[in-house]
Design a protein around this ligand. Structure first.
Ligand code: G4P
Length: 522
């Protein structure tokens, strides 16, 4: 089975407002996955598939449409995974990036590299996820192309290879020149959008260019591209795939410039599903056995339903509807009778899924983030950690009779990866841990809205936590001495809560035979 070779599973990373939503929309539009009003395809089969899918959404009161967006073009299937768009770094985002094979980095031409882009980039680098760069909003006044390219190269320590070049920007914008295909894409009409006006040229010295561009724009384009050729690395596919070089496309998502080049670039260069890190050995996509891992669990938007959708990335094998898969470590096989497959355009295809595809598995809370699913339950995917929380808070109940509901709610949210919950050895108040402030707000509002539990958060005397392991005798001694700072996590693992990062360093030095881990893999 080689269908997986034609899969491109990717995410868009960007700082809020750079244009991720606009670009996503345009990618789907160009990929034919969404249609302009009045153009909705009336093919019987397509309609049936879509209504099935909507029924699942309605029954479960959950919106899954935007988490994974699949579109097909020229025989290639693209799975675009959405990363949450707020400024707080979240574990959810990290885990979504573990499920992709490549990423598109969107940069606002007026702003360059911003804080969130940089953080997300670092996550991609950790896993050597190759990146295509899209410099957006060239229709607006922005920074000069050289300045932007140099910033990417310097700040991210990456080689940059410009693939297209803007003929002017902002008010002077006259089009985008494709440096490899030698095509010039130009705006038309009052809206100055790209409406298909394209000229095939023999190169930058083609005399036809003088008819298409103003003298100023042409002179500038020729001069800049000549300098660019000397100053930047040529595109090298291997360097890109290793995460050492990024091809750069200039464009305007709003005016539809560069979107087509981006899709072609993903099809031509972005890697198909890669082998995934696992124990006892990495899993090749060509393996026969169906394997995958859960990278996200989404709870119900409707408080009357307790269902959840676990998003599983398929890593190997051909998944078929109704198949039995076993979560490693939990034992019991699950029949996946009503998987949500995100390429709902074609019923026949929707019965099967291939490596790189994402499957939504409805369940009642059995499946958790980090779970490995497979036919034989003999592998375990690695690299999906929980992070040591940076903020710890005690949860204080306003109504003491609601203890059970609170526990259930916190357990549920821990499962989804919204927060972590710790059960202190001493005292009755549960402690929750998060990586970013925003997660605290989400927690409190969901407790009230979904679980009808009124609770407040109090400062805890701790700031961070570490999972501890090591020699049993020393561990026992440590736990006894530090009982007031000890807790158990959801799985019963011992956790040391520290007043500061400094304290972690201090105790770690005194107990060299105990490991104080800042991440934990299930
Ligand atoms: P995000 O998801 O990354 O947060 O960004 P989003 O697409 O929502 O875009 C942020 C703003 O930038 C939007 O304007 C959007 O219209 C604009 N934008 C996106 N791409 C381009 C582009 O290529 N050129 C120009 N000129 N603008 C672009 P807004 O005013 O905040 O929202 P709206 O009222 O236009 O929806």
């Amino acid at each position: 089975m080689t269908q997986f070779q034609e899969r491109r599973t990717f995410a868009i990373i960007s700082h809020p407002d750079a244009g991720k939503t606009t670009l996503t929309e345009k990618l789907l539009l160009f990929g034919g996955a969404i249609h302009l009003a009045g153009q909705v395809k009336a093919r019987g089969q397509a309609r049936r598939a879509r209504s099935d899918w909507m029924k699942i959404e309605q029954q479960r009161g959950i919106s899954v449409t935007s988490s994974v967006m699949t579109f097909e073009r020229e025989g290639v299937t693209f799975n675009l995974l959405d990363t949450p768009g707020h400024e707080d770094f979240s574990e959810d985002t990290y885990r979504t990036l573990t499920a992709v094979d490549s990423a598109v980095m969107v940069i606002d031409a007026a702003r360059g590299i911003e804080a969130q882009t940089r953080k997300l980039f670092e996550v991609c680098r950790l896993r050597s996820v190759p990146i295509i760069t899209f410099i957006n909003k060239v229709d607006r006044e922005g920074r000069q192309p050289f300045e932007l390219l140099d910033e990417i190269a310097d700040v991210l320590a990456l080689d940059v290879a410009p693939m297209t070049w803007p003929a002017g920007m902002g008010g002077q914008f006259e089009g985008i020149y494709d440096l490899r295909d030698h095509r010039l894409l130009q705006p038309t009409g009052g809206s100055r959008e790209y409406g298909g006006k394209v000229a095939q040229l023999s190169g930058l010295d083609d005399p036809k260019l003088a008819e298409l561009l103003s003298a100023d724009a042409l002179a500038r384009l020729q001069e800049e591209t000549e300098l660019a050729e000397i100053g930047y690395a040529p595109f090298d596919e291997e360097a890109y795939r290793n995460g050492d070089l990024t091809p750069v496309y200039f464009g305007s998502a709003l005016k539809q410039f560069g979107v087509d080049s981006l899709i072609r670039s993903l099809a031509a260069f972005a890697p198909p599903p890669r082998p995934q890190p696992a124990e006892p050995e990495p899993v090749e996509p060509s393996r026969d056995e169906v394997t995958g891992f859960v990278f996200k669990v989404q709870a119900n938007m409707d408080p009357n339903h307790r269902d959840r959708i676990a998003f599983m990335r398929l890593c190997s094998g051909t998944f078929k509807r109704g198949m039995k898969l076993t979560p490693t470590g939990h034992g019991k096989p699950i029949s996946v009778h009503s998987p949500i497959l995100f390429f709902a355009q074609d019923r026949e295809l929707a019965e099967e899924a291939y490596p790189g595809d994402i499957i939504g598995i409805p369940n009642h809370g059995t499946l958790r983030v980090g779970d490995t699913m497979s036919e034989k339950a003999q592998v375990r995917f690695t690299g999906l950690p929980n992070f040591a929380p940076e903020i710890l808070r005690r949860v204080a109940l306003k109504d003491p009779t609601k203890t059970k509901q609170l526990r259930k709610a916190l357990d549920d949210m821990a499962e989804e990866g919204v927060t972590q919950v710790f059960y202190p050895e001493i005292g009755a108040n549960l402690v929750i841990g998060v990586v970013g402030q925003l997660q605290l707000e989400v927690l409190i509002s969901r407790l009230e809205a979904e679980y009808k539990v009124a609770a407040g958060l109090e400062m805890a005397p701790f700031e961070t936590a570490r999972w501890i392991s090591g020699d049993p005798a020393r561990l026992k001694e440590f736990v006894e001495i530090n009982r007031s700072a000890m807790a158990k996590d959801r799985d019963g693992n011992p956790v040391f809560m520290a007043k500061s990062a400094w304290e972690v360093g201090y105790v770690a030095e005194r107990y060299p035979d105990i490991t104080f881990a800042a991440t934990r893999e299930r």
